[in-house]
Design a protein around this ligand. Sequence first.
Ligand code: ZN
Ligand code: ZN
Length: 239
Amino acid sequence: MLLALSLGLTAAAANVLGGFFIVRRDWSRQYLKYFLALGAGFMLAAAFLEVIPESIRLAGRSAPFLVLVGYFLVHFFEHTLAPHFHFGEETHTEEMAPQHASYAALLGLVIHTFFDGVAIASGFLISTWLGGVIFLAVFLHKLPEGFTVASFMLASGQSRRVAFGASALLGAATVVGVLLMSLLHREVGYALPISAGVTVYVAATDLVPEVNREPGVRMALVVFLGVALMLALQRLFHM
Ligand SMILES: [Zn+2]
Ligand SMILES: [Zn+2]
């Protein structure tokens, strides 16, 4: 669990670093897009090849339903409560009702990042391999996640300080997820399949549309690179 906690802290630090991209205008944001694409491919491969099968072994016939619950949990908090939310840089200031819209989006992302932490801890409760895979899946989308929230807060008229604080809050929610799950380790049969659903939503519904907005094939190819990375790790460590 110490390993889960230190990796949870690493993921949280990536959230904060992502938030820095909005404060530091001179940092190139091109790299964030590659993390987004790589993360999407890796997360989907990890969810379908490792986390969902393990969830079924653990929770049996209730696993598919819990995966669905996880999926729609994010849909509800990120997109139903906050009507205008997308991953990446926020440029549609005119569509956003100031202040309360940004807090609704922040709440949605806090719930999602809480499950990022729950997922890491749940993985380590099963095996170091699964925990490592889930950590990588979380880590790869943490930079764009921190950037997204900071950008969203700025676009709704918040100060840079609040925007940066929001990315730190996402990091904190991830750590709380790890800590809570290490206390409630008996509930891993619920937490793992719900985390799988959360992962599928974030990858397929939040990240892939952002990837597809990019012109050209390069970003789409990077998604396959994410899938290939997962397959390569399986061959190396988990045959
Ligand atoms: Zn927008
Ligand atoms: Zn996340």
